[in-house]
Design a protein around this ligand. Sequence first.
Ligand SMILES: NC(=O)c1ccc[n+]([C@@H]2O[C@H](COP(=O)([O-])OP(=O)(O)OC[C@H]3O[C@@H](n4cnc5c(N)ncnc54)[C@H](OP(=O)(O)O)[C@@H]3O)[C@@H](O)[C@H]2O)c1
Length: 354
Amino acid sequence: MDFAGLFKQHGWELLVVAAFTLILLPVFSLVVVIARFFIKQSVGIDASKIKKRHVLVVGASQGLGKEVAIQVASLGASRVTMVARGTDRDGSGKSRLDYAVDECKAQCSSEVMVDLIKMDVRTPDSVSQTLESIVQQHGMVDWLVVCSGSANPLLILDNELHGHSNEKAMMDVNFFGTVNVIRGILAIGSKMSPPSYPERLVTVGSVALGCPMAGFAAYGASKGALRAFTDVLRNERFFYGNIQVHHFMPGSMDTPGFEEENRNKPEVTKLIEGTADLYSASQAAAALLQGITNETYLINNDPIGVLARLNIQNLTPRNWPLVEAMASPAAVVIGEILLRHFDGISRKCSRRSQ
Ligand SMILES: NC(=O)c1ccc[n+]([C@@H]2O[C@H](COP(=O)([O-])OP(=O)(O)OC[C@H]3O[C@@H](n4cnc5c(N)ncnc54)[C@H](OP(=O)(O)O)[C@@H]3O)[C@@H](O)[C@H]2O)c1
């Protein structure tokens, strides 16, 4: 039977098979990938992997970092070292970091040691000295979670104002700051005899990398650089005792940092972002710890993040490679729809400003 004859006899059947393969299978696979994300979230955190660990959290005075510190302390870590600049002061002379440490101590057993360290991640020498003194006192840390960061969304032309470069400021804290901490601990570990490295290193990027939007050029570039650094670190980890490396890509979180960034946020950025849900720092910290203890490399805390991740995974470990491969066409199509939506908002806002 030739093709025309086959089509005449089984036309509907072939169309159903083609439609299933081209449309239904990718859509079904995407639904399965997102359903798996929710199921994994509901399973919760494997506390046995946190028990008796010394967890060093950088950027722990507020927001995500503070919640990570509180949750690991409550889940059985033996020691939690909370790090931030700690340069602010209220009427009673206490900094945000002091209050965060008090809050952490109040929420965990008295057996957990909670330490406070003041350090600015932007100064490599003081980062090295501070890490050195932590390791000298308590031995190599088990987990290093670097949450410090900030966002100052501005349109590209506004990024350079009065000799102040927003691109440089974002790179200094988000990229170089994290690199200073990670290289610092690796350098200390390599000089120990025998060499000793943390069990896990965690960096915090942003879902903004997968959803590029007006206003986030400086911030997105710094988080893009950090993502590239972490991807390479994951492959290079065998030189450093096979450290487990994780990269968190949170969506918008309801934190003091988010409140601050919203003060000067361009209208166009607010309108594009408006379509995304806002998660609490505590929900995001739980998603991060769930991903870490579940041995996930690229960790999301929301379904939009899962969708974005499918489009910017690079050559890094996927949660579920075969199903994600089948889901990819659907993720690309939804990505195209979002892209047109974002471009439409930007075009409209640019017309209004002229
Ligand atoms: N909130 C969001 O919507 C969102 C979305 C995606 C990604 N993120 C990322 O998630 C991470 C946490 O965000 P967040 O919203 O929780 O931020 P946040 O509320 O502003 O907290 C930032 C933390 O970083 C510390 N920090 C800032 N600059 C520092 C420096 N130079 N040296 C040492 N510590 C420094 C701050 O401490 P002090 O100021 O007390 O020193 C604070 O503890 C950041 O990397 C951020 O880029 C946030």
